[in-house]
Design a protein around this ligand. Sequence first.
Ligand code: ATP
Ligand code: MG
Length: 222
Amino acid sequence: MIVLVGSEKGGVGKSTIAAHVAVRLSMTGKPTILIDADPQATSWAWAQARNKYKPDSLRVETTKMTGDIRPGIKDLAASYGHIVVDCGGADSVALRSGMMIAHRLIIPSKVARRDLETLKHVSTLVHTANEKRESEGQSQLLARVVFNMTRALPNFWTRIEGAKKVVESLGLGVCPYPIVERVSYDDTQYQGGTVFDDKTDQKAIDEMERVLKSLLRKENTE
Ligand SMILES: Nc1ncnc2c1ncn2[C@@H]1O[C@H](COP(=O)(O)OP(=O)(O)OP(=O)(O)O)[C@@H](O)[C@H]1O
Ligand SMILES: [Mg+2]
C-alpha cells in the first residue's frame, strides 16, 4: 500500500502521523519504507534519531525524494510492500505527483478555522487527481482528514462535529476518530520513536491503532 501524508498547513502532525503509519505497517511484517519528500526533512531526522536512540526497535527504512516522486516510488514498490510518504505542508510537485500513484492520502488538521480553510485547496487537488485517475482507468485515491491535537474535553466534541461538517462540505471524508493532544506523541517523536515502540501510554496506543485501522482499511467507508 502507498500512503501519503500531506496538507497545506505546517505543524499539524504530518511527520508524527507518517512515522506512526510507517511503524504500524512495519509491524505487519511487510517491508516498509518511509519517504521524506518534505525539504524540512523531519521524517529523515526522526529515522536518524531512531537508529541512534532505538537501535533495537523495529527498523524502518527511510529515503528522501523531491519533485516527481512517481518513478522513485515505482522502483521501490518492487522491494517494499508498504510505502509511506511525508509530503510536507505545502502544495508541491511531490504532493501532486504522489496523489497520482498513492492508494491513501491522510490529511492531518487541527479543528481551528484557519486550518480548515487550507483544506479547500487540498480538496481541489484531490478532485483534480481523481479526475485524472479516472480518465486513466485508475482506482480513486482515498483521501481522509484526521483531526489532530484535539482535547479530551466533553465540550470539545461540539468543535469536532462542527469541523467535520466544514470538511465534508468541501467534499473530503473525515476519519471518525480524532487524535488527542498528548505529551507521549511529542516525547516519543523526538527520539525517533512512536507510542507503539514506547508502550507507556496505553490510551495513545489504543487511539492511534483505532485511527490507523480506520484510515488504512481496505474498504474505507467507516
Ligand atoms: N497529537 C499530538 N499531541 C501532542 N503533540 C503532537 C501531536 N501531534 C504532533 N505533535 C507534536 O507537534 C509538533 C508538530 O508535529 P509534526 O512535526 O508531526 O507536524 P508537521 O505537520 O509534520 O509539521 P511541519 O509542517 O513543520 O512538517 C511536533 O513537536 C510533534 O511531536
Ligand atoms: Mg513535518
